[in-house]
Design a binder for this molecule. Sequence first.
Ligand SMILES: [Zn+2]
Length: 169
Amino acid sequence: MVAAAQAGHYEPAQEFIDNPDAFPACHTKSGKPVRYLYGAHIIGIPAQSTLEKNKVTGEYEARIIYSPGFNKLSVEEQRFAAEHECAHHRRGHFEGGLDNMSAARRNALEREADCEAVLALRKKGAYTPFQLKQGMATILKYEKSIRYSSGPERFAIPCGALMMQPYKV
Ligand SMILES: [Zn+2]
């Protein structure tokens, strides 16, 4: 998911989420570390990536924010979701802002984040198609929306092909 920063109270995510795979080593395109936060007020999505402007320095802080729903996902889903959000930052998806982004562009970025997540997981080990299916179990139930492909489309088109490529560390 991609969302504009919301006002609200955030806590360090590590205090609320036990799965270490939820915190991949993640940096922005320009090499800045990504901060992991937890927002008890966030509903409807497991996680979101935001860029938060520091009012004093004017610098942007890259954040991945987890919701209470994240804790309800399986370990495989948490792993995939964390890598997906990291991928948005690593690729610099938000750096030009989201306000004028077309639905098609947004959709393409989601697919890119899915694929990047698969590649990142494969670099960490022999990530299998079965694990990908486990990691996308909830997503697979999603219906198509204005900005997002349906779950089965997200599973089949970008990452199904990538999974067939030779595995490289
Ligand atoms: Zn996303």
